[in-house]
Design a protein around this ligand. Sequence first.
Ligand code: GLN
Length: 536
Amino acid sequence: MTKHIFITGGVVSSLGKGLTSAAIGALLELHGLRIRLQKLDPYLNVDPGTMNPFQHGEVYVTDDGAETDLDLGHYERFTGTVCTRESNYTSGGIYETVINRERRGEYLGGTVQVVPHITDEIKAAVRALAGDDVDIVITEIGGTVGDIEGEPFLEAIRQFRQDAGRANVLYIHLTLVPYIRAAGEIKTKPTQHSVGRLMEKGIQPDIIICRTEQPLTREVRDKISLFCNVPAAAVIEERDVQVSIYELPIVLRREGLDERILSELGMDGREPDISQWEKIADIIANPDDEVEIAVVGKYIRLQDSYKSVYEALTHGGIGNHLGVKLRRIESEQIEKEGAEELLAGAHGVLVPGGFGVRGIEGKLEAIRYARENNVPFFGICLGMQCAVIEFARNVLALKNANSLEFDDTTTTAVITLMDEQRNVVDMGGTMRLGAFPCVIGKGSLAAQAYGSLETSERHRHRFEFNNAYREHYANGGFAFSGLSPDGKLVEILELSGHPWFLAVQFHPEFKSKPHAPHPLFRAFVQAARERKDTRK
Ligand code: GLN
């Protein structure tokens, strides 16, 4: 029988609930348990696919083509779990299902209500992940306790314990214990209030994890224990990690969180071996050397917008025993100050995915700079499309080359709309989404990196390389080193005569893990190191 852990957050948002959930998953896997992770988001968008990255950060894409919350990226990076459409639900999606059912008359004339119809639907979404092949489902509830829109989710998970039995459900509450500098004290009151709020909803947390800058003293633990009605041993300190997020499983294990969870759920697993996480943390803390990678995008000022790209670069570094220093550059800044000025000294340039025309000229300039100066270049999705446009304009003398996305009247659409996208009107969930196979050309940089002539990568785009121009590019020195199996869609491009210039139509960053760096990120970081070494 599958057991369930529900993770709620209190006091403030951005406490790292997703990371904590992922780290808990990682620890339970070390005990030999089979886990799945899930996120329930209280907002009304049906999924985050149509949301601006400034609002919501990166949209994470699963193999089965769901556009999901970026916390699922943490789940897949930290654990062996494979996320699917069922790993992320929003209020919008839940309501949509219930309302569609009501329209079909399936409630037989009954009054449709938040309780029980919405809460039933939420519980069904949680149960959908349970099964014979899973020991524990970890469900993270988005938002903060006390949010109006979160109420049906709290009600649903309260009911869940009644349905599944007390012993099969565990509630973990993540909260902030702030340090008040002026008083030189850490304060438990916000946690008391937040747990009080939860208890009003009928949920008594079994474990309280406290995000804190300062160590929790015995006194503070006792106070939380007393006021929040949990044993002191169930008050877990989650101190800010020093160097990297991959220390988190180590930090939480040191606090005994995994053992506490297992004893609360009446389970036991094998003795865990934390050394693989220690190894990762050690490489990150003590790299052989460091390379500097410039990432040129338009949502640069928000850390979360390119989350998986940044993580995959770190992994590429781990794979080479190198640190990766990011130089995050707003592409519009390049338009003002010039690529020469802003990219000088970078050992690699990466242009990530994106949408819309703003900042495009700056990206093109960054690519020109990398191409002309033999700086390793990695283009991802929109980054590939920009590399195609840049080459057309500056090398192939196709002065008006553009993507149909940026100019739908262009007569030189080197990037064009995919056929199946031509009549699409709905914006949500209608792109080319999810995993597609890719055939890799022999002798290419890609083949070298993957060590294989086929792969599967995740996509999220409407536009593609225009095949009418293939010959132009081949004559100009481009190799189409990755194609869809029918040969019709260009998936990987590389430029000969350049040390490492590779661009992909897919999003390799979604499949990179600290223990298994994505081959292209590993190869890109290696190329950056070679660049650095030759410049010395
Ligand atoms: N906007 C481009 C397209 O839709 C690229 C998308 C992306 O980078 N994810 O094709």
